[in-house]
Every structure is written in C-alpha cells, then in structure tokens.
Design a protein. Structure first.
Length: 56
C-alpha cells in the first residue's frame, strides 16, 4: 500500500516536471517541489509560473 502511494507520487511528480520543463524553474525544480510538497502543489506552481524568456 505504501509502495503504491510512493510510486504514484513519483510518477505524478515526473509528469509535472515534464510539463514545467519550459517554465521558470525547469524540470528539476518542479519535480523536487512536487516530491517535497505534494503533486497538487507542484501543478499549481507550474500553472502559476511564467514561461522562460526566449533567447534572441
């Protein structure tokens, strides 16, 4: 039971990291935020953040 919850949390955190890879904190920032807090907080951070500025 505990293993299932941990695996689901890791999977959701990975998905959130992939969604946020072109955002302000990048993949690892959102992945670790989701792991440390909860995936719900991680997705809220992704939705509230700005995209990375384009390099010209």
């Amino acid at each position: 039971m505990i293993i299932t919850v941990i695996l689901i949390t890791i999977l959701l955190s990975y998905i959130i990291g992939k969604i946020g890879q072109n955002r302000k904190f990048g993949f690892w920032g959102y992945f670790f935020c989701s792991m440390a807090l909860t995936p719900l907080v991680g997705i809220l951070l992704v939705l509230a953040s700005d995209p990375r500025p384009k390099k010209s």
